[in-house]
Design a binder for this molecule. Structure first.
Ligand code: FES
Length: 76
């Protein structure tokens, strides 16, 4: 039995609705050096409205940092 992964998100999906910040924009900011939620807030203004997206932003940050770390280890 194959279960489709409908939880998979695209880079166009909005992570921060209030500030219209997409998953792709957050990933790009992390690739360009943002390493904390506060740095993402400063760069993109995400999490600066209602604040309910902060958990999603933090999770995405952790995932991306792990991916970057993994890629670095492979190429080092
Ligand atoms: S959804 Fe990001 S601040 Fe409201």
């Amino acid at each position: 039995m194959v279960i489709s992964d409908k939880t998979e998100m695209s880079d166009d999906d909005l992570i921060c609705i209030c500030m219209s910040v997409s998953r792709g924009e957050i990933k790009a900011s992390i690739r360009n050096g943002s390493r904390t939620v506060d740095e993402l807030k400063a760069a993109l203004y995400c999490c600066t409205g209602c604040g309910t997206c902060e958990g999603r932003v933090r999770t995405l940050l952790e995932e991306e940092l792990k991916a970057i770390s993994g890629n670095t280890k492979e190429t080092a």
